[in-house]
Ligand binder design. Structure first.
Ligand code: ZN
Ligand code: FE
Length: 258
């Protein structure tokens, strides 16, 4: 079974939209449309017709074009059942563990609250593709606007349990700043240092650093590594509960100035 076709569309300062197509049907989706025009232009260029919007969470930079795109294309809007009231134009409400049928493919819905309540991720297992909005970023994680550290840790733990080759299509290009922060938490991580070098090269050429993979994130992302001894040592939190270590890393990131 061939993989989904995925086009990354950069919009605003640092958002990524993902236009996806099932190669074996006419199903075409846009994940988290902040703006309509860039999506309509890309659809036009590819000769595709939009059938779905997949929203991860309610923030305007993920749902801002829902109503305009629905009006212009008649597409179906899919979002979280537990946050339906805040998803503009929602047609289909999906829940944790459900498999949403997208053409001939399916996306497993994973509830990943923490950044917002009712935030969800879409996992296309056969395509090794995860659309996770503002939950897991390359070398980072979303701010805890509505959830506790415990809730976000549970959410990130669900994502880090996915296969290592799973590609992480997150919604923002925050990677370079995240890497600078990550190096303050685990300066001795040689994979992280090598990754930072690579990220700097990509960004100097204005190239995306996304997608990443679960395997790479597990080896380098401090928010997935609160159980690592070096990190606990660096934070003076030897033997502490991983949720407390995670909370400390998140708190430090909130006040980190690049
Ligand atoms: Zn957000
Ligand atoms: Fe966002």
């Amino acid at each position: 079974m061939s993989k989904l076709e995925i086009h990354q569309i950069p919009v605003l300062n640092d958002n990524y939209l993902y236009l996806i197509k099932d190669p074996d049907s006419d199903a075409v989706g846009i994940v988290d449309p902040a703006q309509a025009d860039p999506v309509l232009e890309k659809l036009n260029e590819l000769g595709w017709k939009l059938t779905h919007i997949l929203n991860t969470h309610h923030h305007w930079d993920h749902t801002g074009a829902n109503l305009e795109l629905k009006e212009k294309t008649g597409c179906t809007i899919v979002g979280s059942a537990s946050d339906a009231a805040r998803i503009p134009g929602i047609d289909v409400e999906v829940r944790e563990g459900e498999h949403y049928i997208f053409g001939t493919r399916q996306a497993k819905v994973i509830e990943v609250s923490g950044h917002t309540n009712g935030h969800i991720a879409y996992w296309f297992e056969e395509s090794d593709a995860l659309f996770c909005g503002d939950t897991l970023f390359a070398l980072g994680c979303g701010r805890l606007f509505e959830g506790t550290p415990m809730k976000m840790w549970e959410s990130l733990s669900k994502l880090s349990a996915l296969p290592d080759q799973t590609e992480i299509y997150c919604a923002h290009e925050y990677t370079e700043a995240n890497a600078q922060f990550a190096l303050t938490i685990e300066p001795q991580n040689s994979k992280l240092k090598a990754r930072y070098d690579h990220i700097q090269k990509l960004r100097a050429e204005n190239k995306p650093t996304v997608p990443s993979t679960i395997g790479v994130e597990k080896a380098t992302n401090p928010f997935l590594r609160p159980a690592i001894i070096d990190i606990q040592d660096n934070l003076n939190m030897q033997g502490a509960d991983v949720v407390d270590v995670f909370a400390e890393i998140r708190a430090r990131k909130d006040t980190f100035v690049n």
